[in-house]
Design a protein around this ligand. Structure first.
Ligand code: F6P
Length: 343
């Protein structure tokens, strides 16, 4: 078989581990492994791809990013991209393993519905794919958030300041909440459980009245500005396929300015941004990315197209792609409440 592998959407630490696992298993069994370059772009124009050999896959498990390259490529603008991808898969490949987040898996699901031999692999450091407990990149991201909070703690305490730390999380609060939990955040602000400015100020004041003169607030980039006294219209930048580049929207800085204006606290902001996506994956990400990558190869061999290996109860199982493509998995109340014990 000619098995293509691509990575689409934003990169995430652990992608190379998944490519390596699927690729090595396929080579071992005598298949041809085709590395499609730069996500859907590598199929939507000319077929941009090359055969991967064992030497291309060795030593990459520890590397962040993706050896295949990736792009946020919009197949619907201009229209016709999906059909070109469908045609290219038919001409050039016997199967395709598409590693990506919800946008990628929506395309994979659309292609599979039209008969394309596609299997997905779950990736997003936002950790908000439906149907899976694990997404490639999330563990590394929260480890970086936790380490950053550890570092900010000492300077916050020394200066008696409020530190606002903006994390990734386009639509959900997984990274802020679990990174915040691991790093001992004094408050976590996430889209799923909105807080008003008065509640945030009251919380910092309450800590001060208990002798805790500093506070570290982790806020997810996707928090709606309207909940903390802003309006979306003043802050939006509409670049890119996702419509809005949230790092330029600046919810962390917005919150910091409000805290200074309304309560007179001395506040500093850290936007963790792409530091959360760069560098080597954690051992956990390497292992689970390897397991879901191997699961994708097995699904291809078994002819189980239109599926995606997901993690449930510590096991890799196959779910229909349509299940993952259907929305976002929100941060559950019990996890938020666990975080809030320490607020
Ligand atoms: O969707 C994953 C993610 O890392 C989001 O958390 C973030 O908003 C976005 O990608 C950033 O994308 P880009 O790298 O295109 O700026």
């Amino acid at each position: 078989m000619r098995i293509g592998i691509l990575t689409a959407g934003g990169d995430a630490p652990g992608l190379n581990a998944a490519i390596r696992a699927a690729g090595e298993l396929a080579l071992r069994d005598g298949h041809e492994v085709i590395g499609v370059q730069n996500g859907w772009a590598g199929l939507a124009h000319e077929f941009t791809a090359s055969a991967l050999q064992d030497k291309d896959l060795r030593g990459i498990i520890s590397q962040g990013g993706t050896v295949l390259g990736t792009e946020r490529y919009d197949l619907d603008n201009p229209v016709g991209g999906r059909d070109r991808v469908l045609e290219s898969i038919g001409t050039n490949l016997d199967a395709l393993i598409a590693i990506g987040g919800d946008g990628t898996q929506r395309i994979s699901s659309w292609l599979a519905d039209r008969g394309a031999p596609v299997v997905g692999v779950p990736k997003t450091l936002d950790n908000d794919l439906l149907a899976t407990d694990y997404c490639i990149g999330f563990d590394t991201a929260i480890s970086i958030v936790a380490e950053s909070l550890d570092r900010l703690y000492t300077t916050a305490a020394s200066h008696h300041r409020v530190m606002v730390v903006e994390t990734m999380g386009r639509s959900t609060g997984w990274v802020a909440a679990l990174g915040g939990l691991a790093g001992g955040a004094d408050l976590v602000v996430v889209p799923e459980f909105p807080m008003t400015m008065s509640e945030i100020i009251e919380h910092v004041n309450h800590r001060r009245s208990n002798g805790l003169m500093f506070s570290i607030i982790a806020i997810a980039e996707g928090v709606h500005l309207s909940t903390i006294g802003g309006t979306e219209a003043t802050q939006l930048s509409t670049e890119g396929i996702g419509g809005v580049r949230l790092a330029t929207r600046g919810v962390g800085n917005f919150l910091a300015n409000k805290l200074e204006e309304m309560a007179g606290f001395e506040v500093r902001t850290t936007v963790l941004g792409h530091l959360q996506r760069g560098g080597a994956p954690t051992a956990y990400d390497r292992i689970w990315a390897t397991r879901v990558g191997a699961g994708a190869y097995q699904a291809v061999i078994d002819g189980k197209f239109g599926t995606i290996p997901v993690v449930r109860n510590n096991e890799v199982v196959l779910a229909p792609l349509s299940e993952v493509a259907g929305g976002q998995r929100k941060l559950p109340r019990d996890i938020y409440e666990l975080c809030s014990i320490f607020f």
